[in-house]
Ligand binder design. Structure first.
Ligand code: SAH
Length: 232
């Protein structure tokens, strides 16, 4: 059984969008994973297909109603479904490479995309939605966040990234940033590729890459550097 993603959104037409391109899209065509986007409005019960209402206590904007969203979740993901139920949210746990690996080990994901001011707290609690954030900034909706999350997860699924493309050295895989990469031409605008990379000495290449990776991490992301050294 391959990895199954269900999205609940007011804009299902946005999917697969970028997830239909390149290796992720090829994986979709090859059934290495599957994706279904569900229109939240289909679960509305009035003739205007209303999904939102004004915030209790006052204030600007609109809030997604808990009853409509709960009906959608219950149909898309009945009780026996063991997949994690996520809500994209700027208040959530930060998405990390570690979390992407955790989700890649599941049978799939159910992802709710918010809109407007957000979602009634009672459905977050009642359906045990795990809130996930893609960063400390605010988007207009959860769709792009859901795509970012799914892309980070799907590329880890077996067979999606050819065996030639490995994850092991990449930024964030071991708590550090990747070393600089070079390719032909040997000379570009007067700048040569560092000699060590064309020396053919694999041992030296490895040492150079490790040094570069450590230097980049230490200077650009002191937060990661401290965390990495504390884990050692
Ligand atoms: N009023 C809310 C923000 C609503 S933004 C608050 O202050 O917390 C509308 C929707 O966009 C959210 O429900 C969420 O699904 C999505 N969204 C916005 N920023 C996000 C982020 N950084 N990560 C994940 N989802 C986000």
């Amino acid at each position: 059984m391959s990895f199954r993603a269900d999205i609940i959104t007011l804009f299902p037409e946005l999917f697969p969008g970028p997830l239909g391109a390149s290796v992720i899209g090829r994986g979709l065509e090859q059934d290495l994973w599957s994706l279904q986007a569900h229109q939240l409005r289909d679960f509305a019960t009035d003739k205007h297909r209303t999904v939102d209402d004004t915030p209790a206590g006052g204030g600007p904007g609109m809030v997604l109603r808990p009853d409509i969203l709960a009906a959608a979740i219950d149909q898309v993901s009945p009780e026996a479904d063991t997949r994690p139920r996520l809500l994209m949210s700027p208040r959530g746990e930060p998405l990390t490479q570690e979390l992407a690996h955790e989700f890649a080990n599941e049978d799939g994901l159910v992802i709710v995309c918010g809109r407007f001011e957000g979602i009634d707290q009672r459905v977050i609690d009642g359906r045990n939605l795990r809130e996930i954030s893609i960063g400390d900034y605010v988007l207009a909706g959860g769709e792009i966040a859901a795509m970012a999350l799914l892309e980070s997860v799907v590329r880890l699924l077996p067979g999606v990234l050819g065996s030639a493309e490995s994850h092991a050295d990449e930024s964030h895989e071991n708590g550090s940033l990747e070393y600089p990469q070079y390719t032909r031409p040997a000379l570009f605008e007067g700048q040569a590729i560092p000699d060590v990379l064309t020396s053919g000495d694999h041992g030296k290449v490895e040492i150079w890459r490790r040094e570069q990776s450590e230097e980049l991490t230490r200077t650009r992301r002191p937060d990661l550097w401290v965390k990495r050294n504390n884990q050692k």
